[in-house]
Design a protein around this ligand. Sequence first.
Ligand code: GLN
Length: 483
Amino acid sequence: MHQLTLAEIARGLADKKFSSEELTKTLLARIAQLDPQLNSFITLTEDLALEQARAADARRANGETGALLGAPIAHKDLFCTLGVRTSCASKMLDNFKAPYDATVVAKLAAAGAVSLGKTNMDEFAMGSANESSYYGAVKNPWNLEHVPGGSSGGSAAAVAARLLPAATGTDTGGSIRQPAALTNLTGLKPTYGRVSRWGMIAYASSLDQAGPLARTAEDCAILLQGMAGFDPQDSTSIDEPVPDFSANLNGSLQGLRIGVPAEFFSEGLDPRIAELIHNSIKELEKLGAVIKPISLPNMQHAIPAYYVIAPAEASSNLSRFDGVRFGHRCENPKDLTDLYKRSRAEGFGPEVQRRILVGAYALSAGYYDAYYLQAQKIRRLIKNDFMTAFNEVDIILGPTTPNPAWKIGAKNSDPVSAYLEDVYTITANLAGLPGLSMPAGFVDGLPVGVQLLAPYFQEGRLLNVAHQYQLHTDWHTRSPAGF
Ligand code: GLN
């Protein structure tokens, strides 16, 4: 039963082949047995899951239907969940039980999804390897010595290891697409504003966006349907109609114009990955797509701009964790300043402290113009590059990451080398565009992802292209040995 996709589960439940309670019990047992190898969960909510599963079974018995009714999922541990620890993988929030559900959590629960627990992640979503978690690194099921990617690494490892069919993630600079690529999943970052950020603990508010991680585009469509939509509680949520993603997966790719930017095949790209990306281009050409070489001339400035803007917003967002209202508080403070200093020094890990320092510096008087303002100007240029490109093409295609998953610890002494791994994903966040990563093959037994980007609110186009590709390839069906 653990091999089933969300779409298959929906059919099985509708045909009464099994109940949601049976499925939930099977998956909880599998998690208990296998997750000690992976460390993909921070908190399991077995009782809540069984309660939700029984409620979903009762709703089905009453004639209700729905693709998510009774479907097991899990949430990245930065979505607030009522009465359940919401830690952001930080010592700072180790004892924090959220007093309400995030909109994403509430919407999926209302659709009947069964939440098995909260998944591990990089502390406050800062990272590309899931090594910065207070609860320890997550292991990649394809090779337990390697990282699963980050920051939604727990969600990715759990889904890749068939502990559950799908999970939520968030993507500020690639944290859905990059772990999807490194664990052989399909992951989608929606258009900024498509999914509510209410109740999602903020890293960089102008970049953060929640989305689905699953094994297929078909399943991403199902999960995204349950997550997307206008939310008056989030001032950046956009009141745009949400199409029926599942109904639009079968459009023909005949004549689809795919732009391939020269800058996506830059020096740092592993040539074996480049070859796999070219193979996937050929596959899409066979389906009728037309390839056009394009250029995104300002891409080289994306990493420096992102690593000013994201830490700047983080330093502001994380100022609320001061040891006073909630979160970690140091023992026996001498005075208020000592309370702030020690609570924050003890509660935040090294990567988070590094980002706060960089961000506070970039925003400080005298440096604001030189760093933050410049970075915002670059952001606009990058957006303009995409707008120009999308005048000529329907989607843009390239690699998701320059390298396959690296060994745990390999980049610990050099944070910048980890930042460079985000080179292909962060432009979509800077521009607010939707992006998807899907399986494209293997290098040394480790998965490789191909990335698709589309104009604003064209998540449906990405899912359609990915689904058609997956009907004609089988990379996404491969599962890691031992899981
Ligand atoms: N790796 C990037 C960072 O560390 C992106 C993380 C994310 O998308 N949450 O900021």
